[in-house]
Write a protein that binds this ligand. Sequence first.
Ligand code: NDP
Ligand code: GDR
Length: 372
Amino acid sequence: MTNKVALITGVTGQDGSYLAELLLEKGYTVHGIKRRASSFNTHRIDHLYIDQHEQHVDFKLHYGDLTDSTNLIRIIQEVQPDEIYNLGAMSHVKVSFDSPEYVGNVDGLGTLRILEAVRILGLEKKTRIYQASTSELYGGLEENKNAAGFYDENSPFYPRSPYGVAKIYGFWITKNYREAYNMYACNGILFNHESPRRGETFVTRKITMATAAIALGKQECLYLGNLNAQRDWGHAKDYVEAMWRILQQDQPEDYVIATGVTTYIRDFVKMAFAEVGIELAFEGVAENETAKVVVCNNPEYQLEIGKVVVRIDPKYYRPTEVDLLIGDPTKSKTRLGWKPQYDVAALCAEMVKSDLKIISQTLVVQAEHLVG
Ligand code: NDP
Ligand code: GDR
């Protein structure tokens, strides 16, 4: 057990919630920054949070925002963290095309604000910083893969969205502060990672929720965008373990965290429906592609053979797309001793099971057009 203190930005998000759990288990005192919202936004961490008036706990929340330097300086001064995990971000790639300036401010400059706060407070020697970098930096260009056909720590970057461009600033400013001021600051270049806590508008969760809702007769059809994209999907639980390991090394370095296996969006849809005993057949091309039910093995679900359950809505296409991501985890395996426990099939099965439980207790499934 440790008596270290950690500060997590983005603690209310998917990764923040798993990381807080992991660090609390290890004996850390964990501080998290949450945004003020007009309704509760702490559902992923409510189980960790015990009313401070009732008893002493090792988990504390502070109101804050990555766009507000004074607030970040004040919180870091108060907390005096041994480790900061900067996970806060506007993390939706498609939405970043709609709010490019905001994403630059939060995801790009927000990283600088954390680094500067540590420097201003003279904590460079005490505080280690983890920056949530991303496989979106690579942009999926074929010619930038390594000889074995993967993206690794040496592959060139070519971001394809305002999100990716903002994150590339975060990547380089982290590296620059490490070199310029000798700070312990590292980038984890994480490939896509999912879980039952994944935001509902990312494609895996959108698919597993719709699979459950369609099977239970609460949704007619799932509308998706580009089915030809391929992603290297891991489980968020495995990936937060890697974040922690990155900050425990003697020297600060950057690491790729990935499974090394990539899957088409279309195949993830098939995998999710197969979990509930429904076999799908895809037909047609581009905007006219559909998937219909060809086998329904589960007598609980009343789906007729031939029913179309997946259609394309071009509004989910992106102005520029990242077609293929596949990461090379060799460095993290050899240097961090990190190995994922979940493969994509186990991940998908866990997500579908969780969503069947959630949707079976839900009266009205959220309007499809709201699930972006
Ligand atoms: P989520 O979208 O689930 O969580 C993002 C978190 O950031 C939420 O807590 C959110 O708060 C918070 N946040 C958003 N805007 C601000 C702001 N202005 N100030 C402070 N906090 C803010 O993302 P994930 O947990 O999936 O990802 C964690 C980090 O890792 C992100 O930086 C993401 O870009 C990056 N990443 C994620 C990958 C993935 O596959 N999941 C892969 C590679 C990188 P609220 O709850 O109020 O919205
Ligand atoms: P991504 O994740 O953009 O890779 O970013 P997302 O799940 O949003 O998209 C993955 C791929 O699926 C295609 N797609 C759709 N995507 C969404 N959201 N909705 C759809 O209906 C749909 N149909 C097809 C997309 O075009 C894309 O190719 C995630 C985020 O967590 C980032 O913060 C993180 O940095 C990267 O992963 C690594």
